[in-house]
Design a protein around this ligand. Structure first.
Ligand SMILES: C[S@@+](CC[C@H](N)C(=O)[O-])C[C@H]1O[C@@H](n2cnc3c(N)ncnc32)[C@H](O)[C@@H]1O
Length: 190
């Protein structure tokens, strides 16, 4: 398993009941109550998907982890067990990728980002995180790290609404100290 050092199912157990990610809440606030179809990349334990469902969105969640197929059912939720590297995305108003995109293999990342940008309707939003080169996991061949300039160039056809760089030492869900270098992004496709 890339970097994280624990199974994703253990990660879901450790993060169960935690609130939705601030990047998702920011993106939802910017829709001003409008809803549509959201793609949740790396749906995991569903902390973000639940929030979107409660606000009336339809959600298509993608994740390679078999455990996601046991997520509670909801009439507006579809869960697809597919890896990012080959996933074909439906057209969407919101692509949410909380702490998940870095776990796309680096060789597959450019094409995957291309599919994300193509899937978004004009005026749709991307919300999520990318890891920078000073992250403590840098060098793990299974994880994608991008310098700030490359993250910004991914967003060339977007209006950037939030772009926060975080660099600090904090515990992983496994309880190990780690140096984090994260870009938190919310951006609207032109
Ligand atoms: C750090 S967890 C984040 C989960 C959730 N989005 C959250 O914010 O708590 C990363 C998620 O991405 C999924 N994942 C990792 N690599 C993946 C890949 N290559 N394709 C699809 N899903 C992947 C994992 O199974 C896990 O659910």
């Amino acid at each position: 398993m890339a970097g994280i050092g624990m199974s994703w199912t253990d990660y879901y157990a450790k993060t169960q009941g935690r609130p939705p990610r601030p990047t998702l809440l920011e993106a939802l606030a910017r829709f001003g109550g409008r809803t549509g179809l959201a793609v949740d990349l790396g749906i995991g334990g569903g902390r973000d998907a639940l929030e979107m469902l409660e606000r009336g969105w339809r959600v298509v969640g993608f994740d390679s982890e078999p455990a996601v197929l046991a997520l509670p059912r909801h009439p507006r939720l579809t869960v697809r067990r597919e890896p990012f590297e080959t996933a074909e995305l439906p057209r969407a108003d919101l692509v949410n990728a909380s702490f998940s995109l870095p776990f796309c293999r680096p060789d597959a990342f450019p094409a995957f980002w291309g599919r994300i940008a193509a899937a978004l309707n004009p005026g749709g939003r991307f919300a999520g995180q990318l890891f920078g080169p000073r992250d403590g996991w840098f060098g793990d061949p299974g994880i994608t790290f991008l310098p700030e300039a490359e993250v910004r160039s991914l967003l060339a056809s977007f209006d950037i609404e939030c772009f926060d760089e975080e660099e600090d030492d904090a515990e992983t869900p496994r309880g190990e100290m780690k140096h984090w270098h994260i870009f938190h992004v919310v951006a609207r496709k032109r």
